[in-house]
Design a protein around this ligand. Structure first.
Ligand code: K2U
Ligand code: ZN
Length: 171
């Protein structure tokens, strides 16, 4: 397995819309394994293929305490969302060091395919619900800072671009 490079905001490739997966082959399985390794190494509890510059509808998530319950969502679609909302202090592996409150539906239902192409549907609440919505946003080309005010978003963009320039100078 391999560690994949995670794109950093404001990289424009984070705004590409992912295409549906149609071939459930060994390439897909290796990509899922590499995404999972990259997520656990970060560490994070979710990762979308968009973040590793693969523009296909693939998400990996593991919100378990023991980090041994990987969930794979291929071509995911939200089929229901509660009226009830929750605000969660979100972070993002593509926006390092930034955390801010985002309001989302507290419970969702999601239909997807697993890595073998088998369809499933599930309901989620809590951190899993937040993560599923956060990752599906990534597949739609949306980063969580887009829910923040333009002032906050511009400050984040300036800060991360400065950090990226400093890292390039240091390397
Ligand atoms: O998409 C990503 O960058 C992965 C996020 C998923 C996530 C975002 C917001 C809320 C929950 C999950 C990373 O896992 S961010 C790091 C993190 C780690 C533990 C809990 C929350 C966020
Ligand atoms: Zn993210």
């Amino acid at each position: 397995m391999s560690l994949l490079n995670i794109l950093r905001y404001p990289d424009p490739r984070l705004h590409k819309v992912a295409k549906p997966v149609s071939l459930f082959d060994d390439r897909l399985k290796k990509l899922v394994a590499d995404m999972a390794e990259t997520m656990y190494d970060a560490p994070g509890v979710g990762l979308a293929a968009t973040q590793v510059d693969v523009h296909e509808q693939i998400i990996v998530i593991d919100v378990s305490e023991t980090h041994d319950h990987l969930q794979v969502f291929v071509n995911p679609a939200l089929t229901w969302a509660s009226e009830e909302k929750q605000v969660y202090d979100e972070g993002c592996l593509s926006v390092p060091g930034i955390y801010d409150g985002v309001e989302r539906p507290a419970r969702v239902k999601v239909k997807a395919l697993d890595a073998d192409g088998k369809e499933f549907e599930m309901e989620a609440d809590g951190l899993l619900a937040v993560c599923i919505q956060h990752e599906i946003d990534h597949l739609r080309g949306k980063v969580f800072v887009e829910y923040l005010s333009p002032l906050k978003r511009n400050r984040i963009k300036t800060k991360l671009l400065k950090e990226q320039r400093e890292m390039q100078r240091a390397s």
